[in-house]
Design a protein around this ligand. Sequence first.
Ligand code: ADP
Ligand code: MG
Length: 251
Amino acid sequence: MLQLANIKKSFNEKKVIKGIDLSVRKGEVVVIVGPSGSGKSTLLRMMNALEYPTEGDIRLEGESILYKDINGKHTSRNDKELSKFRAEIGMVFQGFHLFAHKTVLENIIEGPIYVRKIKKEQAIQEAEYLLKKVGLSDKRDQYPHSLSGGQQQRIAIARALAMKPKMLLFDEPTSALDPELVGEVLIVMKELALEGMTMAVVTHEMGFAREVGDRVIFIDQGVIVQDAPPEKFFHTTNGNERIRKFLSTLS
Ligand code: ADP
Ligand code: MG
């Protein structure tokens, strides 16, 4: 589904991603973990072209999402192509990013109408189905500020799904939530995984990584230190000192 080949990324002179190869297969759930500042968000943002690698290539179903100018420097594709890629790879952020001045329903139908160009009636029908799926049908006409953080994040997930993405990226989707609201978001994500959604998830929720992840990828200082199935990653005999240290800092 998605292939990253020898990705490097610098900000000014600072090397943040130092050569990452990563493939995500269709239906796979890849959980990305690692210390703060290790490059997880930058990596995720490159996966849907919110950020461009300094070197390397990113392919969605075999097609490069990057564009190189005559100097070989990565530049943006044109806006139309870019919005097509962004629609195909949905992103859910730590801070929800809902439109504050739009109702829940309006938040969900905006993208389908303006980017997917579907009729409003159909967009509403699909949105109602998705609201039911995330358990928030009764919030349809409310504004985001009247919802809890967990509810807002479930709406953000419904909004991402409304674009019918091929893949979903989650960047610490539960990190901004009060502890008692984390579970309701993880349940929605787990259901998506069981339905076969292809997902890359940056999270510190090791229970989720263990239970839902097909692979756990540990990133430190811009490189992949380990890429392993959870049973291996969490095994007490995991020989990697940096990983053991990281795991001991959580909870
Ligand atoms: P993580 O998500 O793992 O905490 P990030 O990908 O956010 O890490 O950041 C990795 C490093 O890149 C950090 O040192 C951060 O300061 C730097 N960085 C991220 N985005 C930018 C940017 N837009 N400009 C300059 N430095 C950045
Ligand atoms: Mg981050």
